[in-house]
Ligand binder design. Structure first.
Ligand SMILES: [Zn+2]
Length: 470
């Protein structure tokens, strides 16, 4: 055979693209094209794979007009199959079939990030079969692989290039089933904390409102952020698939493939670059706002983040997506997450502490500047909760009971607005005057199962907006 065409796939951002690999005989040596460094490495890997089945790589090269708009090691398998086909080693039918996987130096097939996104693209392109790496799941949960979450495809896991050729040529294969979901993080059953702050967190969970938690170091502000995530209902199936595709594309599921059936919780450090927060770099990678999509983004010690970073995060959350331009192409990362921020009331973090020996030594001016910064943040964080240090008024808060209340209130809200999907109202500087108070009062009424907003709901909303202990 003097030429061959085999379908591969690559990941761009968090989306997969089907890429036809066309090779023709000719050239001085085996040429795979693409960026020089990538081409060199791919050529070595593909040559080794062919040698592992006793074949010598033919003198083949990619057809000059082959349209590949992104390169990645996930194309290894398709290139190797095309080369093997030119060598007469592929006897079975490989029409409507795609191949996704990286080859190791000894002919093993390795899973690559974003396999699920690529499987979806392969199915969208009308393919019926997909060969992928067996992956580490083989020893844990049979042949469960992430790509099998795409139910339109017959997914065939293979562990080596030799096994792949045998499978194509008719050897019996074991079909993959979807890998089991990674373990859902254990929820703490209860939390001993400030009841006023916990009430504010619950209101935030119902309304999807951004929340700012202010208090001295060590009072559990970060834990409250985690509790907010734990109060949210589990993701709907389409949301879970989206979360899984994002986490897979970022390489977070290589050692534990499967549907991510819990809402993400991301807490980037304040030293994170803006690119790490909203995406960027080469190759283009999603940022923390996208990893938090359909979940919670916690900015701990929010006053320590740079203004540029905070503006980028606020814009991403307000738009629900981040758009990057690459090679005249538009790459979109979803970024609909609920924002939780924590801050101390003064630069040293001791203001409000009840511990002996932890007296705030900050000057009045530095406290005023710090407060001014916090006030600016409240533009897009409508709820403010001042978290008090442990006191006798702290009560045991049952997280499962809180989750039930939030679920009931969200159901009421869904019926009222006619939508039951994920929603956040984190970045809302456009809310003016009474609109903020009214929206939060409406959320409190939902939480209490009340069809109407009463004066009492309104009073609590005003208290939450202004921060009760200021
Ligand atoms: Zn201080």
């Amino acid at each position: 055979m003097s030429s061959a065409e085999v379908l591969g796939a690559v990941l761009e951002g968090i989306c997969g693209h089907v890429t036809p690999i066309r090779v023709i005989k000719g050239g001085q040596e085996f040429e795979v094209g693409g960026p020089e460094a990538w081409g060199r490495a791919a050529r070595v890997r593909v040559n080794r794979a062919l040698r592992s089945v006793g074949a010598v790589a033919p003198h083949v090269k990619l057809e000059p007009d082959t349209q590949v708009h992104a390169w990645g090691s996930s194309l290894d398998l398709a290139i190797a199959v095309a080369a093997a086909s030119c060598r007469g080693l592929v006897l079975g039918d490989i029409r409507r079939t795609a191949f996704v996987g990286e080859l190791s130096m000894d002919g093993k097939i390795l899973p690559t990030p974003g396999t699920l996104s690529m499987a979806v693209a392969v199915a969208d392109a009308g393919c019926e079969r997909l060969y992928v790496a067996t992956g580490v799941a083989a020893g844990v949960a049979g042949v469960g692989v992430e790509a099998a979450l795409e139910s339109r495809l017959t997914v065939i896991p293979v562990s080596s290039f030799g096994d792949l050729l045998e499978a194509i040529n008719g050897a019996p294969t074991v079909l993959a089933h979807p890998a089991e979901s990674p373990t859902v993080p254990a929820f703490a059953p209860s939390f001993l904390g400030d009841p006023v702050a916990l009430r504010a967190v619950e209101v935030a969970a119902v309304g999807g409102h951004g929340i700012l938690l202010i208090g001295p170091h060590g009072v559990g502000k970060t834990v409250l952020g985690r509790i907010l995530r734990d109060l949210l209902p589990p993701p709907f199936p389409d949301e879970a698939l989206e979360i899984t595709m994002i986490h897979s594309a970022c390489g977070l599921l290589l050692d534990r493939p499967g549907l991510v059936a819990h809402r993400p919780f991301r807490a980037p450090h304040h030293t994170c670059s803006t690119a790490a927060l909203v995406g960027g770099g080469t190759p283009l990678r999603p940022g923390e706002v996208t990893l938090a999509h359909n979940g919670v983004l916690l900015l701990d010690e929010v006053t320590e983040f740079t203004s540029a970073s905070l503006e980028a995060v606020a814009a991403a959350l307000a738009d629900g997506e981040v758009v990057h331009s690459r090679h005249d192409r538009r790459v979109v990362f979803p970024s609909s997450a609920q924002l939780v921020a924590t801050a101390t009331a003064c630069p040293c973090g001791r203001l409000g502490s009840v511990d002996l020996g932890k007296t705030c030594m900050c000057s009045r001016d530095s406290i005023a500047r710090h407060q001014a910064r916090i006030d600016r943040l409240r533009e897009f964080l409508p709820i403010t909760a001042h978290v008090r240090a442990s006191t006798h008024s702290n009560t045991e808060y049952s997280i499962s009971a809180g989750r039930d209340r939030v679920a009931s209130a969200r159901a009421i809200r869904a019926e009222r607005i006619g939508s039951d999907g994920w929603y956040v109202s984190t970045a809302d500087p456009d809310w003016v005057g009474d609109e903020r108070a009214h929206r939060i009062a409406r959320t409190i009424a939902d939480l209490e199962g009340s069809a109407t907003v009463t004066e009492r709901h309104h009073a609590e909303a005003i208290s939450i907006l202004n921060g009760p202990h200021r």
